[in-house]
Design a protein around this ligand. Sequence first.
Ligand code: SF4
Ligand code: SF4
Ligand code: SF4
Length: 264
Amino acid sequence: MSGNGRPLLAVWKFASCDGCQLSLLDCEDELLDVFAAVRIARFDEATPIVEPPPYDISLVEGSISTPKDLELVKQIRRDSRRLVTIGACATAGGIQALRNFADVDEFIAAVYAHPDYIATLATSTPIADHVPVDFELRGCPINKRQLLEVLTALMAGRRPAVSRDSVCFECKRAGHVCVAVAKNTPCLGPVTQAGCGALCPGYHRGCYGCYGPMATPNTDALARQLESAGMDRADILRVYRTFNAGAPAFTEAAEQHGDAHDRG
Ligand code: SF4
Ligand code: SF4
Ligand code: SF4
């Protein structure tokens, strides 16, 4: 405990959109309590203050996509007693992990006038591929209630109570009509981790898997159901290759059941 009796909290960003770290600022009703319970040592979105390590808790957003990221994340790990990754970018490589299935040099040549200025890795990978991670909080963006639960649990020295059930559990508990059954709408809820409160089905839309795979996802059964709902292999590839394309269960499902060239 290095912040005058309060744990020192540092918030870090790698390749990401900032949406997950903003979830902490979005805790409007609880923010004063959070800042009373921890001392912010570093949080570039919120304050210019930068305190030196060691840190009690580091929240890490974003994926590893450059050689410089690789060095920094190792230093953060050395400087942090607990390291928690937040969001699909940090836990699965994010939407930018689509580069893992393509030629990154082609992307760079298409986007940048001077590709030689760009120093990047060929892949976008989760933080846990490079350093030990104490807890992974999923979502795109993460749920602020779950973030508060993780911070509270870490300060109390217990395991965070974050379910690895599927979105279907939350959907049924909320009493939503199943869009897959009622409207034949493709829905990744059966293979996606809960945490959002079944947000999309609550608005009569299918889940597109932004929380990543649940603990034991039956992606084969879902692929068969998606096929029977009228999807071809190109569609199935696309549904598994979004924000969590780099999560192993979704990567394997896309490879096994999808085909970029199939059009029925
Ligand atoms: S997981 Fe989503 S919301 Fe969070 S930083 Fe990545 S892109 Fe943004
Ligand atoms: S709408 Fe989707 S998440 Fe809800 S029960 Fe049906 S398949 Fe599951
Ligand atoms: S229903 Fe699915 S896509 Fe929608 S917020 Fe929840 S996990 Fe993300």
